[in-house]
Design a protein around this ligand. Structure first.
Ligand SMILES: Cc1cc2nc3c(=O)[nH]c(=O)nc-3n(C[C@H](O)[C@H](O)[C@H](O)COP(=O)(O)O)c2cc1C
Length: 201
């Protein structure tokens, strides 16, 4: 097993988080900036954007999410939704990942042959940047989980943090210290997932 695979294995969805991080806020932000910077994107378009919400801003994000979800959630389910959101709020940070649609639109205009592909490629770039961030933070012992309260929270986020209209929210990475680790995980067999052709080399 290579060191890289060991690091990949360390990345799990951790839901029981606290606000104690092993490195400073500046170091976390620097690490995330590098993880995003060194992630690939179609035509090197670098369409991924990220916003860090700490402390009161993080708490506000979860309060807004709860307020927006309440009218959309069946009454009997809402207490468990509240519990889940309270857990996210106990973490140190939430990183909002966006994709800049101005870049996607401009690529579609300039390269009409690939116009249909650019939205999907932007989604892929977002996924790559998000998971690279997740892996980088996990390597240093932090716990993360990935949430998707978009599009419910989109308008509120845009007004509360003055986010450009072209930035489309794609995911929220919750980051904290690990209170309790992830459980066992099932894996599909390699036989189901892979095929290999061409004989020996
Ligand atoms: C594209 C994508 C979307 C996901 N969305 C959510 C989500 O909205 N909420 C959540 O709790 N986990 C979400 N997850 C986490 C997966 O449920 C999790 O990665 C999967 O169950 C495997 O567990 P692991 O992360 O511990 O390896 C998402 C993961 C991916 C890759």
């Amino acid at each position: 097993m290579t060191h890289f695979i060991d690091i990949l294995k360390k990345r799990r969805s951790i839901y029981d988080l606290n606000d104690q991080l092993p490195i400073t806020k500046v170091e976390v932000e620097d690490l995330v900036k590098q993880a995003v910077r060194f992630s690939p994107s179609a035509f090197n378009s670098q369409s991924t954007r990220a916003v860090f919400l700490w402390n009161d801003d993080k708490d506000r994000f979860w309060k807004y999410t709860e307020e927006l979800l309440q009218p959309l959630t069946p009454e009997e389910v809402f207490p468990s939704t509240q519990e889940k959101l309270a857990k996210f709020k106990r973490a140190a940070l939430v990183i909002l990942f966006f994709e800049d649609q101005d870049i996607v639109n401009s690529l579609q205009e300039h390269f009409p042959l690939y116009a249909d592909n650019f939205p999907a490629w932007s989604e892929q770039a977002s996924g790559i940047a998000t998971v690279n961030t997740w892996v980088a933070l996990s390597e240093l012992g932090m716990g993360c989980n990935l949430q998707h309260y978009n599009p419910v929270v989109n308008k509120k986020v845009a007004t509360a943090w003055n986010i450009s209209a072209s930035w489309k929210l794609r995911g929220q990475l919750v980051v904290g210290g690990v209170e309790s680790p992830a459980g066992e995980k099932d894996f599909v067999t390699n036989e189901k997932r892979f095929k290999s052709f061409g004989g020996d080399v």
